[in-house]
Design a protein around this ligand. Structure first.
Ligand code: ATP
Ligand code: MG
Length: 447
């Protein structure tokens, strides 16, 4: 598979950071900028992002964002209906197609269920969803709660992403271990996001939390106890509340809450719930999807495609060789389906579980058909189970522990040959001083 990509800096941002904008002179406004903000807010997300990026100068963007803040109560209100746009334009980070699809589904659905294979970037995208949600509404009106099967997964897997992203993008507020605090208009710290985990039988764990805008993120959702899972409904009572439940399907739980939710999301009579499965075979390292450069690794790491962090064909082959194609581990962790309890998502969609056939490299990489029409290659050697691997109890206990620096061999790209990939954003920082050029005005024309 080959990817071609023009040279460009690795982490690029379209929107200036909040810290760059905070020195604006109070009271300086512009009728033109307000009109532009008004027009942008009325555009569909793709056109809005395009216009913001290509039709405004870097200095104008700063002023327009200030006007958007007047109109929406949030500096990043332009990205309220475009989580993937927020990640790319504001955080200056890259995503692959399924991550984009999952993030954007949160805007239109109350429940987004994502059964996914190992290492496809679930926790990475869940953390970005939290940062997006807390920044696109007025401080004090939006709350994001994150949970997972174990507190270790909350604290050591999801929150390190949030703690890294917030300062790196110059977003307002600061994080401690599992809290994101933002300054509210009264000078207090408002906890805009926090993480917790609940004991399996704690009926009250999911009660009593209500906000005008609420996002609940359930990472490692495959292991969530039924009482806690069903309790999530207590938080989604009405108004604007949404949930992203994301994780590996459980291998041996015939009726997990997560499986129920995924089946519901596949049911056309439940339009507020959607299921977006991500098989490991959808990984850009396998399909050949044109993935952008990784923007998450620290400065100094040689440039590489984000596909290098994703499961590759070798991992799939080895896993299938070790366990056998029909093993629950392979069904759950590679194909992202539920091995028991009704057959799971894919069998409902396709009528029966698709076989694990031969992978043919897609003729046209990066297209929808190339990405969706996946087929796996049979293991190059005959399927041979590792002694003892047939038992679920012998399977590796560690899930969700991926780190960019362990996933990627730094020396791999040191030869000077860079993996080509697609760019997503361009950086155009706007100095706040440009505000002075605009004429004063008293009121915003926003609806
Ligand atoms: N868009 C991205 N850009 C750069 N790196 C990414 C991106 N998405 C994921 N990664 C990296 O890929 C690795 C795997 O991501 P992550 O831990 O989110 O996967 P996961 O699906 O949660 O894994 P698990 O199934 O083990 O829980 C991590 O090192 C993560 O930082
Ligand atoms: Mg994870």
């Amino acid at each position: 598979m080959s990817r071609t990509q023009p040279e460009q800096p690795t982490r690029t941002r379209v929107a200036p950071s909040a810290s760059k904008l905070q020195h604006a002179r109070p009271g300086v406004v512009s009728r033109d900028a307000a009109n532009v903000a008004d027009i942008l807010l009325r555009l569909p997300p793709t056109e809005r992002r395009n216009a913001f990026k290509h039709h405004l100068t870097a200095r104008e963007r700063a002023v327009v964002m200030t006007e958007v803040e007047r109109a929406t109560g949030s500096l990043y209100g332009l990205w309220r209906d475009s989580p993937s746009g927020f990640v790319e334009d504001v955080l200056g980070e890259s995503l692959w197609s399924k991550q984009r699809a999952v993030l954007d589904a949160i805007v239109d659905h109350k429940r987004v269920a994502v059964p996914a294979g190992f290492g496809v970037g679930k926790t990475h995208l869940a953390a970005r969803a939290a940062v997006w949600f807390t920044n696109v509404y007025p401080v004090g009106t939006a709350l994001c709660i994150t949970t997972a099967t174990r507190f270790r997964q909350v604290q050591r897997q999801l929150w390190p992403h949030i703690r890294k992203v917030v300062p790196r993008a110059g977003l307002p507020g600061y994080c401690d271990t599992v809290q994101y605090k933002m300054p509210d208009p009264y000078g207090n710290d408002f906890v805009a996001a926090y993480g917790f985990s609940a004991p399996a039988n704690d009926e009250a764990a999911m009660q009593g939390i209500h906000m005008p805008h609420l996002l609940l993120i359930v990472d490692e959702a495959g292991g969530i106890a039924p009482m806690i899972g069903h309790g999530t409904n207590n938080l989604l009572t009405g108004g604007h509340a949404a949930m992203l439940a994301i994780g590996n399907p459980a291998m041996d739980d015939p009726a997990s809450w997560f499986e129920e939710l995924c089946i519901e999301g596949d049911d056309p009579s439940e339009p507020t719930t959607v299921t977006i499965p991500i098989s490991s075979l959808d990984s850009p390292a396998i399909t050949g999807e044109l993935a952008p450069y990784c923007t998450d690794c620290p400065e100094g790491v040689a440039r590489h495609s984000l596909a290098d962090h994703m499961p590759d064909q070798d991992w799939v082959d080895r896993t299938i060789r070790s366990y056998g194609e029909e093993h629950p581990y392979v069904i759950a962790k590679v194909y992202a389906r539920f091995p028991k309890g009704g057959g799971g998502i894919a069998s409902r969609r396709a009528g029966s579980r698709p076989p694990c056939p031969t992978r043919t490299p897609p003729a046209t990489v990066g297209t929808a058909s190339a990405t969706s029409a996946w087929r796996t290659r049979r293991p190059s050697t005959p399927s041979a189970k590792v002694p003892g691997s047939g038992s679920v109890s012998t399977l590796p206990p560690m899930v969700g522990m991926n780190s960019p620096c362990t996933a990627l061999s730094v020396t791999r790209w040191s030869s000077g040959t860079l993996p080509p990939a697609l760019p997503t954003t361009t950086r155009c920082p706007s100095p706040r001083s440009s505000l002075r050029r605009f004429t004063p005005r008293s009121a915003s024309p926003m609806p």
